[in-house]
Design a protein around this ligand. Structure first.
Ligand code: PLP
Length: 400
């Protein structure tokens, strides 16, 4: 007889995790996985940052019992996040108009924000994400009950942003619409808005009463920690409600510890405290309170001048290495495939490049060379290194 599970269909496979499964099963010793969303060092290894190792050694030396954290997380962590994201001397921090809760990575922060917004935004408010966007944005907001639309973003012809199309979409959104924006290092395209374009976006968001939701998963991977956070500070200064999810998965190489945060900016201290009280309810009914370790590591690093300096250096090291790989990739492709212009790769920011490789080319890279990339042509530049780049370039030159 039929049970609860009889009619359940198999869910579609996660496209990115599917690549990793294929990669893991590949017997070729020279296989390369450019489909990942993580930073590898020049030896192709996931780094353990020295600042993290030192913070953990400090924490180990004074082991403490594991009571529950408060619902909104470790206070020292939330404070450090606010200062990092908005700036310690920003008005929203000084006036206590920003509230921050520790979250289960950037994903968890987005989900908290989505659940909160579903409860408190207009009944018919819809969500807008970039075309294309990080593949989980749509699923997260849909699972919170929203209709999710795309605004034009990537322009394949210029390999940049279709800014005219994006502005037109913003100008036509209903008041109260929720707009998800990548603060820096757009995933998957690597194409970011420039300063003047952000000025225009901020203007239209304010003018039309849209609700901006900035997703900052790669702070420090474009131009620097402060530089990359500028967009967030500009939105905060402009006024109006603001949602910011941020993640330390990449910037601390702490993927598996799940450390992120959601910050919301309100109009007054009093409004902010009501917002926080409701946000805590969202946390409470989801997972009660966050885990301790990752937040403690990040808070320890950010609070210690010495460890913080070390972190900034290590993050700069990751940023610079990715940039060098972009330059090397372009230089070597120029030698091996001079017919095609890849200069755009050095203009893209963050860990990814929309390489322009087509699905058939990606399939040939995989089947003939054991080089794995996403079907859309997205490659992780942070998975390139001085040892694998020649093989990758030679293979790309063959499939072009
Ligand atoms: N947002 C974007 C744009 C991302 O690329 C990612 C991770 O790939 C996340 C959010 C999620 O970050 P986390 O791994 O901390 O949940």
């Amino acid at each position: 007889s039929a049970s609860l599970f009889t009619a359940i269909e198999m869910a579609p496979r996660d496209p990115i995790l599917g690549i990793t499964e294929g990669f893991n099963a590949d017997q070729n010793p020279n296989k390369t996985n450019l489909g990942v969303g993580v930073y590898y060092d020049d030896n192709g290894k996931l780094p353990l940052l020295e600042c993290v190792r030192k913070a953990e050694a400090e924490l180990m030396a004074k082991l403490s019992p594991r009571g529950y954290l408060p619902i909104d997380g470790l206070a020292a962590y939330d404070k450090a996040v606010q200062e990092l994201v908005f700036g310690a001397d920003s008005a929203v921090v000084k006036e206590k108009r920003a509230v921050t809760v520790q979250a289960i990575g950037g994903t968890g922060a987005l989900k908290l924000g989505a659940d909160f917004l579903k409860r408190f935004s207009n009944d018919n408010a819809q969500v807008w994400i970039s075309d294309p966007s990080w593949e989980n944005h749509r699923a997260l907001f849909e699972s919170a009950g929203f209709t999710v639309n795309n605004y034009p973003y990537y322009d394949a012809a210029t390999r940049g942003v279709n800014f005219v199309g994006m502005m037109e979409a913003l100008n036509n959104m209903a008041s109260g619409s929720i707009v998800v924006l990548h603060a820096c290092c757009h995933n998957p395209t690597g194409a970011d808005l420039n300063h003047d374009q952000w000025t225009q976006v901020i203007e239209v968001v304010l003018k039309r009463g849209l609700i901006p939701f900035l997703d900052m998963a790669y702070q420090g991977f474009a131009d620097g920690i402060t530089e990359d956070g500028e967009v967030v500070r500009r939105f905060a200064q402009a006024g109006g409600p603001l949602f910011v999810s941020n993640s330390f998965s990449k910037s601390f190489s702490l993927y598996g510890e799940r450390v992120g945060a959601l910050s919301i900016v309100a109009a007054s201290t009093e409004e902010a405290s009501r917002v926080l009280s409701q946000l805590k309810r969202v946390v409470r009914t989801n997972y009660s309170n966050p885990p301790i370790h990752g937040g403690q590591v990040v808070a320890t690093v950010l609070a210690s001048p010495e460890l913080r300096k070390l972190w900034e250096e290590e993050l700069a090291g990751m940023r610079v290495r990715i940039r060098e790989m972009r330059q090397l990739l372009v230089k070597k492709l120029k030698e091996q495939a001079p017919a095609q212009d890849f200069d755009f790769v050095t203009k893209q920011r963050g860990m990814f490049s929309y390489s322009g490789l087509t699905k058939p080319q990606v399939e040939r890279l995989r089947d003939e060379f054991s080089i794995y990339a996403v079907d859309t042509g997205r490659i992780c530049v942070a998975a390139l290194n001085t040892k694998n780049i020649d093989a990758v370039v030679a293979a790309i030159a063959k499939v072009l």
